[in-house]
Design a protein around this ligand. Sequence first.
Ligand SMILES: O=C(O)CCC(=O)C(=O)O
Ligand SMILES: [Fe+2]
Length: 388
Amino acid sequence: MGSEEYKGSDWGKSLPVPSVQELVRNDPRLLPQRYIQLHTDRPVAPDMAMTPSSSDIPILDFALLAKGDQDETRKLDLACKEWGFFQIINHGVPEEVLLKMKAAIAEFFELPLEEKNKYVQAGNDFQGYGQGYVASEEQKLDWCDVLFLITLPHEIRNLKYWADTIPSFKDAIERYSKEAQKVAEEICANISLLMGMDKDGLQRSYGNTKQAMRMNYYPPCSRPDLVLGINRHSDPDIITLLLQDDEIPGLQIKHKDEWIPVKPIRNAIVVNVGDVMEVLVQFNSIDVLGLNLVYHSVLFVQILSNGMYKSIEHRAITDESKARLSLATFMFPYDELEIGPMECAVDDHRPRMYGNMKYLDYLRYTLGRKMEGKAHLDNTLKIKSSSS
Ligand SMILES: O=C(O)CCC(=O)C(=O)O
Ligand SMILES: [Fe+2]
């Protein structure tokens, strides 16, 4: 496949918006109307406190998982089913790699605006410095500036967006990107085992992957009760690894209709199930009998699916006095992959929950619209009459 096809420029684009960081620098109390969320979306006061439930979000020991520890594998299954989110510790990514990655992001956002603007999203591109998911001049905006880069495979990188002003920037990404890929692949390997396949089963199904990074900078906000750092959404990928600030909380996940904060754990990585995982890698209890019902061909994956692993809505709130940084590392399937449930898995007892769709079409659909919880999956692949 030619590298041109992989540049990401056909993934869609986002309308240009002002830098929030600059807005705050010029007047920390100014809050333009476009950032004030509708009442229903505002983070109400109880959300801002650490509720006891945040400590229920599963914490997995990655080293045990990689060793095939049965209890840890069961915890992974439960985490994907009950929460769609979990944190991993003992993940083996050296602390130095994490610190350098976070420092590189901080250094990027500290650059003067003129310098950052050298890496601004081109008119037809999703990559670069700017914001994502802005589809209209009317929609509410996130209190956030973003640098979005496709990081793997190497040949599809568009280095014009890589901040070469910062000498350590490329190296920091290089090292973290490699480690993050290993961790994501190991988690997928364990999910394959949970599906009754061998470790490579899932990977054979989704084929080659692409990795992209979304570096988020959330400036402090004088009215954190009125704005959102990033609006509620699910990630349109297979799996996401998130590095969040060790000190400043912000991430919240929707669990049983409540917004639960994900309490930062030093050096931990937050993992979440993406939309593609929900469509591709779900199974009902009948499948756990060890049957390998996942069938794959070069461009067509047919998966038995009945809605067990869910990509969960999440969002980030802002802090009144401190800026917060986070890094989401996405694992995407390749553009041509056709996703959908397998015909032989659909019968009177197991109604089809998803249609089929080329992944690129799904990605373009979702990236070309404002974030809206799980509406994008519901409006495309999800079959409306489905009960869940
Ligand atoms: O900053 C966060 O905690 C969440 C970021 C996120 O969800 C994303 O970039 O997709
Ligand atoms: Fe996300």
